[in-house]
Design a binder for this molecule. Sequence first.
Ligand SMILES: Nc1ncnc2c1ncn2[C@@H]1O[C@H](COP(=O)(O)OP(=O)(O)O)[C@@H](O)[C@H]1O
Ligand SMILES: [Mg+2]
Length: 338
Amino acid sequence: MSSHALPTVVDPAVYIIHDNPEWIVPFTEALDRLGVAHVEWLLPETTIDLTAEPPQGLFWSRLSASAHTRTDPHVKEYGRAILDWLAAAGRRIINGRGVYELEVSKVRQHRELTARGFDVPRTAAAFGAEALTEAAATSTPPFITKHNQGGKGLGVRRFDSHAELAAATEEFAPGGANAPIDGITLIQEYVQPAQPFITRAEFIGGRFHYAVRVDVSGGSFELCPADACEIPRAGADDSAPQSPFVRREDITAQTPLIGRLEALLTDLGIEIAGIEFIETADNRQVVYDINTNTNYNPSVESGEQSEGRQPAVDRIAAYLAEALASSESPSPAASLTP
Ligand SMILES: Nc1ncnc2c1ncn2[C@@H]1O[C@H](COP(=O)(O)OP(=O)(O)O)[C@@H](O)[C@H]1O
Ligand SMILES: [Mg+2]
């Protein structure tokens, strides 16, 4: 086997396809606690043999929209190719090919939400930087820009006037500080939260797991729930920094919006997701981001543990274990294969 071939094991295992080893540790630890075999597939600089069958097992795509900021500009294409190959071989994929297209396109997310009657921010897409000011022409400031292929707040900036945007368009051109990887920048209505927080609802196996409120009073648009992004709050007691991520007990599986989001996920075949929304002073619940990856916030997760509730990483490991076990039961088609 060449040094670039993706690793495989003989017995069925959970294969995690991803673009950032740092984010995977909590999941592999949770799988280890359950004794479930797992293999990581980090795509850049690897090969697949298209004449060979993929290994037996369950495949979980943890590919993220922001991969190009960490590794290689073409991860999206590697992901598309490998998910196509696995799907063609009939492998069971969690968050598979169609889900990946949604992850990497806010235009597509917006369309799916709109089609189901969700309240979404008014949005226009600009293809190329020169089209940005025209895309914004009918929007009333303040508005924000964001990259179509986003994640971690890429390209998210607030503009309080058309002139301010006109002065910044170069940033969004190829080579500029804010250039979108796919050339598409969205201009979006700025949605003012009633209180300075957004909410991110987590779903596992298509079902609601918990919702987290994320404090946005600092004005940052880069909301990374992972450990690396947890910043001690200025002015707070230094010995006990208050986390900007807190579980919302008032959002439950019975909340009407949550039920509608579960139906959307079922419809689109999304098994694991974190969906963000803003509640406004005039009682709108505006949904603006569908993430098919979450790096669960460590302080929320340990709070769940102390409350005797199952942390999200453990729920995911259990879900993967169940899906692996059912992908192993021979189907009639498989038994005909020599
Ligand atoms: N339309 C909006 N109005 C107000 N704030 C927004 C809006 N869209 C995004 N934000 C803020 O910017 C953050 C990042 O935007 P988001 O669409 O979630 O992109 P990403 O995929 O990069 O996370 C959000 O979590 C939220 O705090
Ligand atoms: Mg987001």
